[in-house]
Design a protein around this ligand. Structure first.
Ligand SMILES: CC(C)(COP(=O)(O)OP(=O)(O)OC[C@H]1O[C@@H](n2cnc3c(N)ncnc32)[C@H](O)[C@@H]1OP(=O)(O)O)[C@@H](O)C(=O)NCCC(=O)NCCS
Length: 164
């Protein structure tokens, strides 16, 4: 379409009510990898995602129509669930998709009668820390030099919240 006659906004807004969540499998990994690589300086490899799927971890994606906007990876260990990855396409961030995926995880965990949710987050990751704090996650540990970083290593905060 000719750009001058296209009246649609350059970036179409996406609101949580029109995004839906689907379980992902190996055929979705190219789209997952595109987002992972765009969002992280040190992205997971496709091998890691495949291992997660083959290990029975939950890989869920938020979609707008057929377009993947973001995803989460959860490792269930009995009545504890660990959020291993939560990632939103950088072009679609700050529109409620991370919140939607986190709320979905919490809802699924409640249904499965899970007692606690765990995750690690980079100390410098203010956006993610603010999101998790808003959902009741509290720091319960610190892993020194846990993550690779541009200038060496970065600490990870271990966050946890219980479920009623
Ligand atoms: C962290 C991340 C998943 C958040 O997803 P998102 O869809 O952009 O976030 P949402 O729009 O749902 O925001 C929910 C809340 O998170 C916080 N938040 C999100 N982005 C933020 C930012 N850039 N700065 C500060 N707070 C932010 C806010 O509290 C926000 O609520 P508000 O918009 O009402 O203020 C996303 O930034 C991302 O994918 N980052 C790269 C990967 C990553 O760091 N993942 C976390 C690994 S632990």
């Amino acid at each position: 379409m000719n750009a001058q006659t296209d009246q649609s906004p350059a970036v179409s807004p996406v609101h949580p009510p029109i995004a839906h969540i689907l379980s992902l499998d190996e055929e979705d990994l190219p789209a997952v990898q595109r987002i992972e690589q765009a969002a992280h300086i040190f992205p997971w490899s496709e091998r890691v995602f495949k291992d997660c799927i083959r290990s029975g971890y939950y890989l869920d994606g938020a979609y707008d129509g057929a377009k993947l906007l973001g995803f989460s990876v959860v490792m269930p260990i009995l009545n504890e669930w660990h959020l291993l990855n939560l990632c939103v396409d950088p072009k679609r961030q700050r529109r409620g998709i991370g919140r939607l995926l986190l709320e979905y995880m919490i809802e699924q965990a409640r249904k499965a009668e899970v007692s606690s949710l765990w995750l690690e987050v980079r100390e410098e990751n203010a956006a993610a820390r603010q999101l998790y704090a808003a959902y009741g996650f509290k720091q319960v540990g610190l892993r020194k030099a846990y993550y690779p970083a541009k200038d060496g290593r970065e600490d990870a905060l271990v966050l946890m919240r219980t479920l009623d």
